[in-house]
Design a binder for this molecule. Structure first.
Ligand SMILES: Cc1cc2nc3c(=O)[nH]c(=O)nc-3n(C[C@H](O)[C@H](O)[C@H](O)COP(=O)(O)OP(=O)(O)OC[C@H]3O[C@@H](n4cnc5c(N)ncnc54)[C@H](O)[C@@H]3O)c2cc1C
Length: 348
């Protein structure tokens, strides 16, 4: 079973064992059995945030294939099984007149993975609407319910992602959405411009979804089997978050590199911190769209932050490219880029 067939990068060697779990009971039983025999476990969703070694995974891969969406309790509360396709969940919420997920349209993968890295795009993050996560706790051997405020959500992170033991297997996620046909106020300038409205304005959720999908398609951020620029994990690096001293040092380095009048773009990240676009740093460090080391791994021709498999890449080649970019940005700007995807059997 080649894991390349299950990752959006189309990379990754064989799994020693592969189990598909279509009920919570099967999922828990598969995890328990592997844990009992000391087998390493890899929980697989849609494989859209995974970089798997060419050597594969020497353990049990458990593919989440559970289904179910239910509305219950208060209006706007929706509970989704981990194995539901994420974009279908978003489309269904909009069709049912629920707002709060529309800007997360077009993100590949499954619902159960959305809390793992607190998926976000165009001004929305799931942390804004997740009220609880039901999970199997591998250490305690029981099902637990974690309220949203205890999920430790941050920029592309959570308790689930930070915990290297991968103790929690997400079974289902509950969202509280607004019962309204209008989308949440538009927060992202690029989206506002595409919609022809001001930041803070509201449009119909259907309109917000269409605009987000259009913006994403142009960047190769909606999976399209015919478009090799979408054979990626989305953004390969997270945007660095810097304090005042680090930002001042970056500005000095940027002026030295790009000229005295250079202003590094930044966004407020709260607590006196700023977020700097990694794509800006990568481009100015000398890596342009399409750049490659000549072995099939390259920077997307549509988006500087996406590293893609143009067809003949290996994971080793992709990681070599990522290392060169990370080291280049470090040398020029003194900023350390961190990977966004989960690396399995490889390090950067
Ligand atoms: C073209 C493209 C565009 C993207 N755009 C965005 C974007 O705009 N914003 C964004 O935030 N991300 C984006 N991503 C990244 C990715 O789609 C998200 O991180 C997504 O949530 C991953 O879901 P998945 O089901 O594919 O997870 P996988 O890649 O299968 O798994 C990712 C990690 O989560 C773990 N995991 C998965 N399911 C569970 C579970 N049920 N319980 C416990 N652990 C689990 C896995 O073990 C692994 O560690 C993009 C990716 C691609 C390819």
């Amino acid at each position: 079973m080649r894991l390349a067939d299950y990752t959006t990068l189309r990379l990754g060697g064989p799994a020693r064992d592969f189990v598909r779990a279509s009920t919570d009971e099967d999922l828990i039983a598969a995890v328990r059995a592997a844990d009992a025999s000391g087998e390493p476990v890899l929980i697989l969703g849609g494989g859209s945030n995974l970089v798997v070694a060419d050597a594969g995974f020497d353990g049990t891969v458990i593919q989440v294939a559970t289904r179910g969406v239910s509305r219950g309790g208060e209006p706007g509360v929706v509970t989704v099984a981990a194995g539901e396709d994420w974009d279908a969940v978003v489309a269904r919420a909009i069709a049912e007149g629920l707002a709060g997920l529309e800007c997360l349209s077009g993100i590949p993968g499954l619902a159960g993975a959305t809390p793992i890295q607190n998926v976000g795009a165009y001004g929305q993050e799931v942390s804004q609407t997740v009220t609880r996560v039901r999970a199997y706790d591998r250490m305690a051997g029981e099902i637990v319910t974690i309220p949203g405020e205890r999920c430790g959500f941050g920029y592309r992170t959570s308790v689930f992602k930070r915990d290297q033991t991968r103790r929690l297997v997400v079974l289902g996620v509950t969202f509280r959405l607004a019962v309204q046909p209008a989308a949440a106020p538009v927060r992202y300038p690029e989206l506002a411009a595409a919609l022809g409205v001001a930041v803070g304005d509201q449009v119909a959720s259907t309109e917000a979804r269409s605009a987000v999908l259009e913006l994403r398609r142009r960047k190769g951020m909606v999976i399209d089997p015919a478009d090799p620029d979408t054979r990626s994990v989305g953004s390969f690096f997270v945007n660095p978050v810097l304090d005042g001293a680090a930002m001042a040092a970056l500005e000095t380095a940027a002026r030295a590199r790009c000229g005295a009048g250079t202003r590094v773009p930044r966004f407020d990240a709260g607590d006196g911190l700023v977020k700097v676009p990694a794509a800006w740093l990568i481009e100015r460090a000398g890596f342009s769209r399409g750049y490659s080391l000549g072995d099939g791994a390259r920077i997307s021709s549509k988006h500087t932050l996406a590293l893609v498999n143009s067809g003949s890449a290996s994971t080793a080649g992709l990681i070599a490219l990522a290392r060169q970019i990370r080291d280049g940005v470090g040398e020029v700007f003194g900023v350390s880029l961190a990977p966004e995807p989960v690396l399995v059997g490889v390090t950067l």
